[in-house]
Design a protein around this ligand. Structure first.
Ligand code: NAD
Length: 297
């Protein structure tokens, strides 16, 4: 079992840290939000008063922060903790950030003789709680093998997709598809409802037909169709609109960097930006359906 420093205990990081404790790892944790730190302490982790304080004796360092600027801020620069990470420790960033940012931090870690992986996740808050996340990993093979027993305590699928930054590229590809599929699923159900169809029956039919997806089967955007979906609890919890907007912005940047064309991804980025402007940035991203119907919200 490993001594692990865990930084960032939000919707995802909190339950991930709790699962590491459950698996028998010894955790020192930090978050800027005191309530998040207290919840992790209740789950059996040792709270620290700063990110640097989590590092004492750490064999692995895991971060789960919102965006590129937070990850670069945590590790790099004068305030950054990279210089204080114990020799030989493995650094794993699970946040979804720009591939270029992931490479920059991994290079700085490499210059210090530390192995670093980008290991963003898929599976949402439910997957984080259940320990069934998919890890999408970029970095050296040897580091992936070292990380495997730790990642297995938080997830059930581990994909090594390439060198440093590749995990982030693959994650953006997945989320771009998800963003488009969610928006068009909402449009389709809204069209059916406008013609007098029952959204539940329509969704049940789609869920076993060729229009099926995670959006019809697990996170249906129409309230009342699936009891456990964010749509049925006022779009609270789940995967925030602002996080999807961030990921689609990163996908657009990644496309520009290599001259790729992503017409639907760019439209979807605008839809989630409009949903934010309508005041739903903090709600689950499936609330994007409200852009096309006046029957909700
Ligand atoms: P969140 O906002 O709930 O949690 C982030 C946490 O990081 C917050 O508690 C915040 O206080 C903390 N934090 C920020 N800067 C810090 C610092 N310098 N030191 C210590 N703590 C700091 O976000 P989340 O939903 O947990 O998502 C985290 C990452 O995972 C994001 O990159 C997101 O895109 C990705 N992700 C989220 C989901 C999801 O369903 N929520 C799914 C897959 C991936």
């Amino acid at each position: 079992m490993s001594r692990i420093a865990f930084i960032g205990l939000g919707n995802m990081g909190g339950p991930m840290a709790a699962n590491l404790v459950k698996a028998g790892h010894s955790l020192r944790v930090f978050d800027l939000v005191p309530a998040a730190l207290q919840a992790a302490q209740a789950a059996g982790a040792l709270p620290a008063t700063s990110a640097a304080q989590t590092l004492e004796g750490a064999e692995a360092v895991i971060s789960m922060l919102p965006a590129s600027k937070h990850v670069e801020g945590l590790y790099l620069g004068e305030e950054g903790i990279l210089g204080q990470v114990p020799d030989g420790a493995l650094v794993i960033d699970c946040s979804t950030i720009a591939p270029a940012s992931a490479r920059k931090v991994a290079q700085a870690a490499g210059a210090r003789g530390l192995a670093m992986l980008d290991a963003p996740v898929s599976g949402g808050t439910a997957g984080a709680q259940a320990g069934t996340l998919t890890f999408i990993v970029g970095g050296e093979q040897a580091a992936v093998e070292r990380a495997r027993p730790i990642l297995q305590a938080m997830g059930k699928n581990i994909f090594h997709v390439g060198a440093s930054g590749a995990g982030q590229v693959a994650k953006l590809c997945n989320n771009m598809a998800l963003g488009v599929i969610m928006a068009v699923t909402g449009e389709a159900i809204s069209l059916g409802v406008a013609h007098g169809l029952d959204p539940k029956v329509l969704s049940q039919m789609m869920a076993v037909s060729t229009g099926r997806s995670w959006a019809t089967e697990v996170c249906n955007p129409w309230p009342g169709v699936l009891e456990n979906a964010p749509a049925s609890r006022g779009y609270q919890g789940g995967f925030g609109n602002d996080l999807m907007l961030k990921d689609l912005g990163l996908a657009v940047e990644a496309a520009l960097a290599v001259g790729a064309t992503i017409p639907l991804g760019e439209v979807a980025r605008n839809l989630y930006a409009m949903n934010k402007q309508a005041g739903r940035g903090g709600l689950d991203f499936s609330s994007v359906v409200q852009l096309v119907t006046d029957k909700l919200g």
